[in-house]
Design a protein around this ligand. Sequence first.
Ligand SMILES: Cc1cc2nc3c(=O)[nH]c(=O)nc-3n(C[C@H](O)[C@H](O)[C@H](O)COP(=O)(O)O)c2cc1C
Length: 188
Amino acid sequence: MVRNYDPDRPVPPEVRERILEHALHAPSAGFSQGWGFLVLESKEERDAFWEAATPKTDVWQEWLTNMRHAPLIIVPHSNKSVYLERYAQPDKGWTDRAETHWPVPYWDIDTGFASLLMLLTVVDEGLGACFFGIPPEQIPSYRAAFGVPDEYTPIGAVSVGYRAPDHRSKSLRRGRKPVEEVVHRGRW
Ligand SMILES: Cc1cc2nc3c(=O)[nH]c(=O)nc-3n(C[C@H](O)[C@H](O)[C@H](O)COP(=O)(O)O)c2cc1C
């Protein structure tokens, strides 16, 4: 994850479109594709995003100082209702639309897959990006600012741009877990 960007270097349109096109090639349960992406590029759009989607606290505003240099923000949204509808169709048959059928929320997972494909495309193009969360208390103001329908939930946001010097997340001090700790072979 990259948390600082060259503010004077926009993301070329062809790179932006490749990022979005690759997102749509993510796998999805029942090929439901229950996702939607909000692309914010102009200064007005980006300012409105930071204003609506992030808390005013010092802690937040401090770590966002460099993030605000990003010339492009893409907000991936998941739509649960598309999945409940898709799986009520004859080839799936869960006509009760009960959420208990779902072992985990595939709508969020599939939108996460799409987000990862965007991150990989960004790296492939030689740029940087950061996936970060939108706090739940900011979601109503975010929705209102951009007219996002109720069925769509932002699963986070992705800032994109050409890399500028930044510091690595303190979380990385935790170290990457070794394979032996998390991989179980043959039996847990
Ligand atoms: C679901 C999710 C939410 C994240 N939220 C944030 C965030 O709010 N702020 C942030 O700086 N990084 C965030 N990250 C980035 C992680 O901190 C980062 O992926 C992790 O420290 C590993 O670093 P690397 O991706 O650079 O290898 C998030 C990552 C994921 C997958």
